[in-house]
Every structure is written in structure tokens, then in C-alpha cells.
Design a binder for this molecule. Structure first.
Ligand code: N01
Length: 543
């Protein structure tokens, strides 16, 4: 057990602090730092045995970030930015985890963290105006503020299949990977799921396994990562004006890629040759910003289809077997589900030891002791890898068993979908802040930028409360209703609601179908600043 924080911190679990923070990923870490800056006592409670959050759990082969490493890092400390060097354009999971550990050591964050501890219940007490937080170790800690820094993609979605308990082989989920890794050498492996995690792991598993069978329910659009070592000249240029670089990125809709803005031209403003040239240019170098080749890709069906067909043609060019290529060619709106970045994903299906099983029409019927049955065929395997994603954005909040005013369970308050104001607080849950909660741009942005913006806002809000004699803050019901309507209205202008994405909760059976993130980072930041500047309009502040 690596209880680096030591038993001293454990004693705090029976005490009172100003702020309890749930989670020690990038959000929880920065929240601890913010509390230190503001002189607030705090305690972060983390299930894992170290910091890192999503990068602690997702250790599957090939795991790496799809936002360029020079952007996927904290910006609160100039020194930190200058002293850390990323080795590749897109950082690997181990390197990002090392970065998280470095930050925790450098800013002495672990002195206010406890590990290997799970929050099992959090309840607001109206009499004391404080939160009472219980853990699986039997501790209870009291705090004025509860900050949920649990991450948007941290509650694994592991679908159940009939007779799945009978399978005799090894079973893994990409979002909860063994720390010692998995050796697939000589094994027959099944991967279920072809989202980002599947696409990153499939090429590497195929290199090791004796045979890999990929079960695909929905084909996925992916563009080449074109990864490689970080260019030292480019890094030097960025560092020469790091503040300007960060400001340009923060001024965009997604909080990254400020130096490669969306071309302000529609797909059909240019002729076929020019369109093709522009898409080729982005295909070769832009990663997720491929979709920024034109400004209406996610606004117009016909524009979207032109771009989608370009990618399908690429797939047909890469995959030698035309039947397999057609199965891999997605049909839904491009960008509606998160676009993926890959290294040799489609090409992996040219290997003799890889089979693609399309389960779009015939779902997995059941598991047997020896493998997976679909369409009446049993595929015998030694290992099953679930790359089936997450109960995104709400899963980890709801799992924490939170009860607000009058004992109101969060599961009930959010029964028809998450309700928040600014994605930061929910009516009925005073003094509870959500970091990158539903209703904020979160997963549609560079997450670290959004995390810092939220933590900064929360820190300023707490300071304001302290300076003005307020003890309680809570979103007003009407402001929250208006905000939820606004988030939906913005999504409704786009093609985002047209497919079964996890943004809509459509990947989890029974989850309410609601578009959860807000589109548009820079406008959102302006709104948050305006709310703060007008004395926290839309919130009820009381003594
Ligand atoms: O999960 P996903 P993920 N039977 O939900 C399939 C971030 N991320 O872990 O599309 C059969 O995207 C499901 O099928 P369908 C990133 O934001 C980032 O890959 O629902 N199949 C889908 O193919 C990403 O978007 C990085 O029809 C089932 C797959 O499982 C998010 O995390 C890396 C099924 C799940 O795909 C989630 O990615 C990794 C069932 N019952 C992740 N249930 C980078 O930074 C689900 N599926 C690069």
C-alpha cells in the first residue's frame, strides 16, 4: 500500500476541513493547490493509490492523449510549464502519469490527500450548513464545501451479456487496467468496442496476440495521429510566448488548437478539388482539428456527409479486403461521436491474425466458458477486453451517493438527466461544486484547461463568500432551468444530437437521453466571469 500521504492525513478523516475534494486526478490536484493558495484546509479523498485520475486507471496498451502534449498540461505555474518537457507530440499514459506525480511532489499536494479510500456517502446538513462525508474505511469528515473532482470518464461502462459469468478466460476493461500490464503473447483475444480506447489498443494487442477478434457495434471515424517526437524548434517557439500561446488556445471553442483555427469557409464554398486539398492538408497534420477544415461540418448534413465520405475513401484505400473496408466505414454523422486519433488502426485489419465481427445487426448473444457468441457463431478466445467506455459525465457523481437539502438524493434530482447551473452546482445541493460537470464544456474541450478554469472560479467564489460573510451558495432553481434549456438549445443548432453518443448518455442502457456538455468554451468562460462580476447572479448566497 503506497499511502504516501501517511497516517497523519488519515486522522483528518475524523476531523473538519473547509473543503473536501473527491478525487485526486488533475481536477482534485489543482483544487488542493488552490486551497493551499487561499489558506483553506482541505482533504482530497482518492480511490486509487496515487494521483492521476483517468491516467492512473487507463493503462491499456497504446493509451495516450489526443490533445497535443504542449497544450495538455497545467498553466497555473510559469515555472512548471518551463521545466517540464514532453517527449512526443501526443503524450503516452505513462508520461502523463509521471507528470501528475511530478506536480503532486513539486507543489506538496499529497500532504492533503488520502489514497485507497472511496467516498460512500455525502450528505448536506442544514443545521450545521456543512457536508458530512463517509468513506469505505468507516471514516466521517465534515466540511463546509464539497468539491466533486471525480472526472467525466471515470465510471466504467461494462455491459452485461447473458452467461458472462461462465467465461473461463481473462477479462479486462480498458478503463481499469492492471498496473503490471497484460501479456497477450500466444493468446486468442476478443476486443469489444471500437471507440478511442479500442482504436488505440487494437493495433498493439494485434501485434502480440496469436489471434484478435474485434467486435464492432458501430464503426468509428478516425484520423491519423501523425505522432512523433516533439519538435524542439516548435517547442522553443511556443515557450518564447507561452502566455500568448495559452491565451490563443483559450479563446477557441474547444480550448485548444488556437494556432490552427477552423477555416471560416463552408464545405460547399469551394470546388471539389479545393475541398479535397483542404481535407488532405488537415488529414496529414491536424489530428482532432481535422473537422476544422470547414466551419459547417457539424452544422449541415450535406457538408458533414462530404467530409465523412472523404474519410470513408481513406478507409477503403487502407484496408485491402473491400468487404472489411465497408464494415469499417462508418455511416453516422462524422464528429457526432468523438472523433478518434489512431496509429495504424484501419491498417491492422490487413493482418492475417485479425478478424472483424460486425455486431451492428446481431448483438452479442451470450458468453460461454470458451468465448463469445453472436449471430449463432461461437468465437473461442482466451481473453476478453471490454473497450466499452464509461457512464460518462454523471456516472461518478451519482455513484458517490450524494444527498442534498432535506435528504434529496442526487440520483432522484437528476432522475430525468443532470440539472446544473453553469455545470458548477445543482439546486438542492448547497456548497457542492462540480468540476467540469454536465452543463459545462468539459469533454468537448482540452480538459486540463477546463479544469483550471473551474477550479479558479470555485476558488474566487469561496474567497468572495468569505470576504462578504456568506456561508452558503446554491444555484437558484429558475437559473438552473434556464441554463439547462440553453445547453440544449445550443446543441440543437448542431448535428450532435443525431447519433447515439455518450455525450447523450446513449451508450448506457436506461440512461436519460440528454446532451450533457455545453458547446463553446470561450463564450462559456465569459458567462462565468459575468456571473461572478455581478455578485454571482443566478446563485442564492446566504449567511
Ligand atoms: O469509449 P466509447 P472509449 N456491445 O464509449 C461499444 C476518451 N478517451 O473508452 O458506439 C457491444 O467511445 C461502443 O459501441 P457503440 C474520449 O473522450 C480519450 O473508447 O455505442 N459494443 C463503442 O464502440 C472517448 O470518446 C482517449 O455502438 C458495445 C465502444 O464500446 C471517451 O474517452 C483515449 C457495447 C465504447 O466506445 C470514451 O472512449 C481513450 C455493447 N453492449 C478514451 N457497449 C484519448 O485521449 C458499448 N459498446 C485518445
Amino acid at each position: 500500500m503506497t499511502l504516501v500521504a501517511g497516517e497523519v492525513n488519515r486522522q483528518k478523516l475524523s476531523a473538519s476541513v473547509d473543503v473536501v475534494i473527491v478525487g485526486a486526478g488533475f481536477a482534485g490536484m489543482y483544487m488542493v493547490h488552490k486551497c493551499h493558495e487561499l489558506g483553506l484546509s482541505c482533504l482530497a479523498i482518492e480511490k486509487g493509490d496515487d494521483v492521476g485520475g483517468t491516467w492512473y486507471w487507463n493503462r491499456y496498451p497504446g493509451a495516450r492523449c489526443d490533445v497535443p502534449s504542449l497544450e495538455y498540461s497545467y498553466q497555473f505555474s510559469e515555472e512548471l510549464q518551463r521545466e517540464w518537457h514532453w517527449s512526443e507530440k501526443y503524450a503516452t499514459q505513462p508520461e502523463i502519469l509521471r507528470y501528475a506525480q511530478h506536480v503532486a511532489e513539486r507543489f506538496d499536494l499529497k500532504r492533503d490527500m488520502v489514497f485507497e479510500t472511496t467516498v460512500t456517502h455525502a450528505a448536506w446538513n442544514d443545521d450545521t450548513s456543512s457536508w458530512c462525508v463517509d468513506t469505505d474505511r468507516g471514516d466521517t469528515v465534515h466540511a463546509q464545501f464539497l468539491v466533486m473532482a471525480t472526472g467525466c470518464l471515470s465510471s466504467a461502462n461494462k455491459p452485461r451479456f447473458p452467461d458472462d459469468e461462465t467465461f473461463r478466460g481473462e477479462v479486462y476493461h480498458t478503463g481499469s487496467w492492471p498496473h503490471d500490464g497484460v501479456d497477450f503473447t500466444g493468446k486468442r483475444v476478443a476486443v469489444i468496442g471500437t471507440g478511442s480506447s479500442g482504436l488505440q489498443s487494437i493495433p498493439l494487442i494485434a501485434e502480440q496476440a496469436s489471434h484478435l477478434t474485434v467486435f464492432q457495434r458501430t464503426a468509428t471515424y478516425s484520423v491519423p495521429a501523425n505522432n512523433g517526437p516533439n519538435d524542439a524548434d516548435y517547442e522553443a517557439k511556443v515557450m518564447a510566448d507561452i502566455a500568448g500561446f495559452r491565451a490563443r488556445n483559450s479563446a477557441t471553442r474547444s480550448a485548444f488548437g488556437g494556432d490552427f483555427p477552423t477555416n471560416e469557409v463552408s464545405v460547399f464554398d469551394v470546388d471539389d478539388d479545393e475541398r479535397h486539398r483542404m481535407l488532405e492538408e488537415r488529414w496529414d497534420s491536424s489530428g482532432l482539428l481535422f473537422l476544422g477544415a470547414f466551419n459547417d461540418v457539424l452544422m449541415s448534413d450535406t457538408s458533414n456527409e462530404a467530409v465523412a465520405e472523404f474519410v470513408r475513401e481513406k478507409i477503403r484505400g487502407i484496408v485491402k479486403d473491400p468487404v472489411v473496408a465497408e464494415k469499417l466505414a462508418p455511416r453516422q454523422t462524422i464528429g457526432c461521436k468523438r472523433l478518434c486519433l489512431d496509429t495504424n488502426y484501419y491498417g491492422t485489419f490487413n493482418r492475417d491474425n485479425v478478424t472483424l465481427v460486425d455486431i451492428s445487426d446481431a448483438p452479442i448473444d451470450r458468453l460461454t466458458p470458451n468465448g463469445v457468441v453472436t449471430g449463432g457463431v461461437e468465437y473461442e478466445v482466451d481473453v476478453i477486453v471490454y473497450a466499452t467506455g464509461f457512464d460518462a459525465m454523471t456516472g461518478s457523481f451519482l455513484k458517490a451517493n450524494i444527498h442534498g437539502r432535506g435528504g434529496l438524493p442526487l440520483t432522484e434530482a437528476w432522475g430525468a438527466g443532470p440539472l446544473t447551473y453553469l455545470g458548477l452546482n445543482s439546486h438542492g445541493f448547497p456548497n457542492m461544486f462540480l468540476v467540469t460537470g454536465p452543463g459545462s464544456p468539459s469533454v468537448l474541450t482540452n480538459m486540463i484547461v477546463s479544469i483550471e478554469q473551474h477550479v479558479n472560479w470555485i476558488g474566487e467564489c469561496i474567497s468572495h463568500m468569505r470576504n462578504n460573510g456568506h456561508r452558503i451558495i446554491e444555484a437558484q432553481e429558475q437559473a438552473q432551468a434556464d441554463w439547462v434549456a440553453y445547453v440544449n438549445m445550443i446543441a440543437g443548432y448542431t448535428l450532435f444530437p443525431t447519433c447515439n453518443s455518450w455525450y447523450l448518455g446513449a451508450n448506457v442502457p436506461g440512461k436519460p437521453r440528454v446532451f450533457m456538455p455545453l458547446l463553446g468554451y470561450s463564450d462559456y468562460v465569459a458567462r462565468c466571469e459575468q456571473v461572478a462580476a455581478t455578485g454571482y447572479a443566478g446563485f442564492q448566497l446566504s449567511a
